[in-house]
Design a protein around this ligand. Sequence first.
Ligand code: FAD
Ligand code: UDP
Length: 410
Amino acid sequence: MSDGPQARRLPADYEGMASLEFGPARPRDHRGPDVLVVGAGFAGSVSARKLAEERGLRVLVIDRRPHIAGNAYDTLDENGILVHSYGPHIFHTNADKVVEFLSRFTDWRPYEHRVVAEVDGRFVPMPINRQTVMALHGVELYGEEETAAYLAWVAEPREAMHTSEDSVVAKVGRDLYERLFRGYTRKQWDLDPSQLHASVCARIPVRSGDDDRYFNDSFQKMPADGYTAMFERMLDHPNITVQTGVEYADVEQQYAGIPLVWTGPIDAFFGYRHGRLPYRSMRFEHELRATPGGRLVQPTGTVNYPNERIPYTRVTEYRQLTGQVAETSTLAYEFPSAEGDPYYPIPRPENRELYHRYEQLANARPDVLFVGRLARYQYLNMDQVVAGALAAVERWSPLSAETDTEHLAA
Ligand code: FAD
Ligand code: UDP
């Protein structure tokens, strides 16, 4: 197949991109990329690897940030503790396919996340379990059955599960809801649980036994060398070029006509023409503590603060996630905020409706693959984003008859 019109539209000076930041040295190629991937987070990097490896496409990945890995980016701080710049990220999944794919790029360190909530000066397990109920209600409950019966007794029956308030009070009643969920949720979202979709608080299970792990998933491990190292290996492929510190708007014209994987906010892609989708942001403060003898500061990896008088929602001690032993420990405080990077799509019916208007525009663009948490405006965990990207790329046919595919036959 000869060079198609799309290939001819590529910039003559594409060779200038040889100043790659990742990937091995490779022979200069006079043609440009077959696909442009915007965003080097999970959605973009997984898509890039699949397209490069399975379809043999030349992929250019750009990210406006000065690094890869998106919100999962981690780096060593001044004391050598591996910290996450965009908030603590704990990996957990039930999807074998996701584990299989990521395991090609990382070993894993066993880590089961545990959380306690600080309520009236004491720490209780979160998610709510038998110990939580006994501690906060001053009752003795012998075994799962008795705890389940007690929770059923304090629960408030609800006809329908529309809001996050419904989903919690229907399981544990008003008192536990108010002490563990209401204040935390108001801080996190600047909305009352009664204004948020039921699925938000339903992320947190309720248990009648003594299991005190935060997640139920069958696979709970952390990338052994961290997330960034895993992404470096994922993007290390002869067909992949990565450029960080590059804003899409600045190269849009340059790569016009090339199929695109878009992992940024969907409303931004369409110039906010239907109005802005709301996102919740977050500010992170890191605190260094001296820990002589390598002791740990917190009883669990994360401590949640549901009390509205405290401005942050939770504090995480990174060393518990990484297993590092050191004379200092780094803590991350999470302060939810209206301003800043778009981190959390806000699950409310009117936002979903607005998203659907953008989705219609997206459906009319088969040349663009919208994938990831911001492009789908969905509150997705890392594993869900990986699974979504793996499936989306399988279905996507970015190669039109006009696209240059000569090199595929080589
Ligand atoms: P992102 O990681 O956001 O990547 C998108 C990338 O696109 C960004 O790097 C951005 O810079 C780039 N980009 C956007 N627009 C442009 C543009 N115009 N030009 C160039 N580049 C652009 N999930 C879990 O499973 N476990 C957790 O413990 C967990 N904790 C979290 C804690 C916080 C505070 C947050 C916010 C999320 C957490 N998540 C967690 C969710 C997880 O971060 C996401 O599922 C995942 O990172 C989404 O990947 P993504 O590629 O869709 O998006
Ligand atoms: N939540 C709460 N109290 C808690 C923990 C969670 O009210 O102690 C609610 C809160 O609304 C939060 C949601 O449950 O946004 C989901 O919690 P998760 O820990 O999954 O949030 P994420 O890790 O995504 O920030």
